[in-house]
Ligand binder design. Structure first.
Ligand SMILES: NC(=O)c1ccc[n+]([C@@H]2O[C@H](COP(=O)([O-])OP(=O)(O)OC[C@H]3O[C@@H](n4cnc5c(N)ncnc54)[C@H](OP(=O)(O)O)[C@@H]3O)[C@@H](O)[C@H]2O)c1
Length: 397
């Protein structure tokens, strides 16, 4: 239900005399009109391409919610590699372009993951109150925005007791990477305590989650990192502190004598490696598979090197190694109940200090933050050897 032109004019005038309200959660200042209209900004695109070429800030107003609608104020929204692929148009889930945010040409809002606070609700909304924190039920929400209005059925409540003591950055990054690690460790092979999994991209968000969950469940992890010019030992120590049993560079892993190291680690094969996790691709995957026990599985969930996986056929014929893929979006859509259980459990582990979130590079998004700052944070996600995951943290929006 779009407001009339006269209402827009009144709202614009009212917004010039905005008042600030205080939040019990973040002590932020909110710009809100005398008529209850929220002034929102979104990081949007009208055509697919490189983020730096296509992303722009768009402002619009949000009317007070009615019936089953909620008005949300975003708290934290990460910038995940898949978000970039979506903007580039090379991801299976397409962005939803439309004109509902008052533009003449269709636009889409970037971002799929995040946490928001309910700031107003329509009369028909049950089970959600002002001040509640919610995460998105499905991919494709468009989370790089200060505010949104949506149907209550599109979000999942993060109960007060589940989020107690946690920062928005921790809650806003729980539904993709930890979930992916969880399912891959559990759904392809029943690893026994003391058995191993091997993974590349071990310092990624998923990799870090896999190390920690694996440790909690009694699995040992052999972790492969891309060799870097500096900070290698620090990174190895960082993953070891998360619970990694062995951390090596790709160069060390590919060395001829690494077979001896595997023998030593696996107690002569008595504690076999029965699972491989791959987010890199390329020849490294074939090398990983060579160290696996017969009948093991390699689960591919990313392709960061953009190189195809090459395999010696003997591994398929004589060792019966299985190659699988995992996509959390598909799994989450098919298993909404289990998704909620996993989220609750990871938040509990985080609260108890048994699960550390990834290193982050927060980008504060205030009402007056410039477009260039936001866009370059998104573009920067494509660079390797990063010190932390980019995440928009919303301030006095
Ligand atoms: N299938 C699914 O359901 C699912 C779910 C979540 C994530 N993913 C995918 O998993 C991957 C990791 O996601 P994330 O959020 O965990 O990422 P992240 O925290 O941003 O980490 C990126 C990882 O990729 C590595 N990397 C970057 N460029 C590389 C290159 N050219 N060659 C080799 N490695 C490279 C990085 O290593 P350096 O530090 O050495 O650069 C780092 O380990 C992405 O491909 C993402 O799309 C898939």
């Amino acid at each position: 239900m779009a407001p009339s032109r006269a209402v827009y004019t009144t709202v614009r005038a009212a917004l010039r005399h905005s008042v600030s309200l205080s939040s019990p959660y973040l002590h932020h200042r909110r710009l809100i009109s005398a008529y209850g209209y929220e002034q929102a900004k979104v990081l949007a695109l009208s055509s697919l391409g490189e983020p730096k070429d296509v992303l722009h800030l768009h402002s619009h107003s949000i009317a007070p919610p009615h019936s089953d609608l909620l008005t949300l104020r975003f708290l934290a929204s990460p910038i995940n590699p898949a978000d970039i692929n979506q903007i580039q148009g090379v991801y299976p889930t397409r962005l939803a372009f439309g004109t509902s945010l008052g533009t003449t040409e269709p636009i889409a809002v970037g971002g799929n993951e995040g946490v928001a606070e309910v700031i107003a609700k329509g009369g028909g909304v049950q089970g959600l109150e002002k001040g509640d924190w919610v995460i998105m039920k499905n991919q494709g929400f468009g989370t790089w925005r200060t505010h949104a209005q949506t149907k209550a059925e599109e979000v999942v409540l993060v109960k007060g007791e589940d989020r107690e003591g946690l920062r928005p950055e921790q809650v806003g990054t729980v539904s993709v990477n930890p979930m992916t690690a969880w399912r891959m460790l559990r759904d392809f092979v029943s690893l026994k305590e003391g058995e191993w999994f091997v993974q590349n991209g071990a310092n990624s968000g998923v990799g870090r989650a896999a190390i920690q969950l694996g440790k909690l469940w009694g699995y040992k992890s052999l972790n492969i990192l891309r060799k870097r010019e500096s900070g290698m030992e620090e990174l190895k120590a960082d993953l070891t502190s998360l619970g990694a049993d062995a951390v090596v560079t790709d160069e060390e892993f590919e060395a001829k004598d690494f077979r001896d190291r595997v023998k030593e680690l696996t107690n002569g094969g008595r504690e076999p490696i029965r699972l491989g996790l791959n987010c890199v691709g390329g020849p490294l995957v074939g090398s990983m598979a060579k160290h696996l026990a017969a009948g093991a599985h390699v689960v591919t969930y990313g392709a960061m090197s953009k190189k195809p996986v090459k395999l010696p056929t003997g591994l398929l014929i004589f060792k019966d190694i299985h190659f699988d893929g995992f996509w959390v979006s598909k799994w989450s859509d098919a298993n909404p109940g289990e998704k909620e259980t996993c989220i609750k459990e990871v938040l509990k582990l985080t609260r108890e200090g048994n699960f550390k979130d990834v290193p982050m590079s927060p980008v504060t998004w205030n009402h007056d933050t410039k477009q260039d700052e936001l866009v370059s944070a998104v573009q920067g996600t494509l660079e390797g050897f990063r010190s932390g995951k980019g995440i928009f943290v919303f301030g006095n929006t």
